[in-house]
Design a protein around this ligand. Sequence first.
Ligand code: HEC
Ligand code: HEC
Length: 344
Amino acid sequence: MNRVFILLTISILFIVACGNDDDQSTNYWQVDVPEYFPEMVYTIENNPVTKEGFELGRMLFYETRLSSDNTVSCANCHQPYLAFADPVHVFSVGVNNQKGTRNAPPIFNLAFQSHFFWDGGVNHVDFIPINPIMNKLEMNESISNVVKKVNELPEYQDKFKQVFGKDSVNGEEFLHAFSQFLVMLVSDNAYYDQWMQGKYELNEAELRGMKLYESKCADCHGTALFTDGSFRNNGLDAEFSKDLGRAIITEYAGDEGKFKVPTLRNLAYTAPYMHDGRFETLEEVLDHYDHRVVQSATLDPLLVQANGELGIPMTDQEKSDIIAFLHTLTDRDFVSDSRFFDPN
Ligand code: HEC
Ligand code: HEC
């Protein structure tokens, strides 16, 4: 009697487990995040992700033939094992070994954001690839020519058939395929996330660091993305002739020296820091906020204290607690997810 009961239970458990597995495989190609994430901005209904579409986007991401001399792919400057930040360069290096002017940011959680690049020059995920492909210092190509190039390659013709039902694509389909890879790059499983979901205990230093982060940093680096998506001047320079930042796009003097507030997720992989990669370590970053903030016309008011002094004062203990907290935002699963690796 008992044995039958146990067998029955086991088979029921087995059926339930299989049911779950099924759910997971149907959810596998959805942008799935914890409920404390902000609303998705990307209109996924217009470009639903399929396994084949994702794989096509991944082929394109690792495709050097998207550049004028067939040597540079997106991955040259955005490596999966570094949360898609640049592996070696303060300023990324594109075709003909040309040096860019800004540090390559990591790439993840794009589907939840409305502006991309340090100056917010692109406002839709589908348009992201156009920028590096056409940039003379990066891939130095035109969209019409890269589309022509890939349409002529047999390995792409097969994929286009699977995804779009025909063996060549137009510019819009090319960009849609790219987006199916880009929007799937979701980082939401750091220790912080596991703590949020009650699956992990943060230690005392990390919890103290979190409190300090909430009072000193979250006004700009807020939400589960650890950026509020705004453009701000965090007091790096007194004048901006080297890089006007957001004002390049808006042509408004009040935006000079403002840059997109970057995420604080995965900082362990993404040094050097700031739009020009000027800081090598998080200690240097915190020293900047503590006592190196400089005055300028567009300095963010949050960096001016009530007594008129600049910056965010912190003791050494507070700095080390904040750094301990920042390390809880490291997502090891994201950087080791083989779905995102070079398929070749
Ligand atoms: C030569 C190096 C280089 C190549 C190649 C390159 N990028 Fe970038 N990428 C950068 C740099 C540098 C920035 C920051 C530029 C800026 O803000 O003006 C950037 C920014 C981005 C961003 C903005 C992230 C954010 O949070 O705002 C995305 C997304 C991105 N690149 C995706 C791509 C894709 C997709 C490709 C391939 C089509 C690509 N990149 C090719 C260097 C590169
Ligand atoms: C007034 C808004 C503001 C506040 C407050 C603020 N930041 Fe920032 N932070 C920024 C902006 C803007 C940038 C990018 C600046 C640039 O590159 O020109 C930035 C960049 C950074 C970077 C570099 C990230 C990267 O990928 O390059 C780190 C790390 C950082 N901040 C941590 C902190 C910490 C920790 C605090 C609290 C002690 C803090 N920030 C407070 C606006 C702010």
